[in-house]
Design a protein around this ligand. Structure first.
Ligand SMILES: Nc1ncnc2c1ncn2[C@@H]1O[C@H](COP(=O)(O)OP(=O)(O)OP(=O)(O)O)[C@@H](O)[C@H]1O
Length: 231
């Protein structure tokens, strides 16, 4: 579905990605793993068109994304749950959700389905988003991305800083999405939870993917975790 080939990117003169290769096949859950500062969020920003591709090529469903604006890439079917959530604090839960609702891809996500997935959001639908807990805001950010009916859903640190019980709800949601065949790019640090979810892991180090393999392969090589994740 998405291919990044030899991608270079960064912030002005400060380069972060040095020839990154990444493949996201349809209906698979793919991870980006790596220590802080290795370029995971920069990769997401580049795939979404928030940072220009300075070298190499990104294709999505056969279309070259280089040079496209973020709203154009979103419209092609890439939905992002950004690091830090970025919900509209002054709008209600429901207003946040309908703001992004779209059905270009004949997807099946609508407000009612999001409320079924996250009943807490239904209970709080008239509440302004800024009054939600961190976990509820995360659910709202996921619901908002789903309402764009994305072909590819990207989640950047979606469980970061959440209480364990809320985290479990997010993992349950992601497992459900996987069972429905949703294609996902997942950035997270919880290897234990990711084991059951992720089809293909990608270790990123200094702006390059240095190892790719299944959850089983990662389990069989614990030294990789030490080497690239430093835990
Ligand atoms: N807006 C920015 N301007 C300049 N440099 C940046 C900016 N954002 C990130 N960087 C730098 O780019 C490098 C990669 O950062 P990035 O956020 O992609 O890392 P990451 O792998 O997502 O790590 P983390 O888990 O800490 O978010 C870091 O050296 C970081 O300092």
């Amino acid at each position: 579905m998405l291919q990044a080939q030899d991608v270079q990117s960064g912030y002005g003169a400060s380069k972060v990605l040095f020839g990154l290769n990444l493949e996201i096949p349809s209906h698979q859950v793919v991870s980006l793993l790596g220590r802080n500062g290795m370029g995971k969020t920069t990769t997401v920003r580049t795939l979404m068109g928030m940072l220009p591709v300075q070298g190499g090529q990104v294709t999505f469903e056969g279309k070259v994304l280089n040079g496209l604006r973020p709203h154009h890439i979103a419209r092609l079917g890439v939905g992002l749950v950004p690091e830090g959530r970025h919900v509209f604090g002054s709008l209600s839960v429901q207003e946040n959700l309908v703001a992004t609702e779209r059905n270009d891809h004949h997807g099946h996500w609508n407000l009612e389905r999001v409320f079924t997935l996250f009943p807490r959001l239904k209970e709080r639908r008239t509440q302004s988003a800024r009054t939600l807990s961190g976990g509820e805001q995360q659910m709202l950010a996921i619901g908002r991305a789903l309402l764009t009916n994305p072909l590819l859903l990207i989640l950047d640190e979606a469980t970061e800083g959440l209480a364990p019980v809320i985290r479990q709800e997010i993992w349950a949601c992601l497992n459900q999405l996987k069972s429905e065949g949703q294609t996902i790019l997942l950035i997270d640090k919880n290897l234990k939870e990711m084991r059951h979810l992720v089809d293909q892991h990608n270790m990123i180090e200094k702006g390059r993917v240095v190892w790719t393999g299944s959850s089983q392969e990662l389990l069989e090589q614990p030294e990789l975790v030490n080497q690239y994740l430093g835990v």
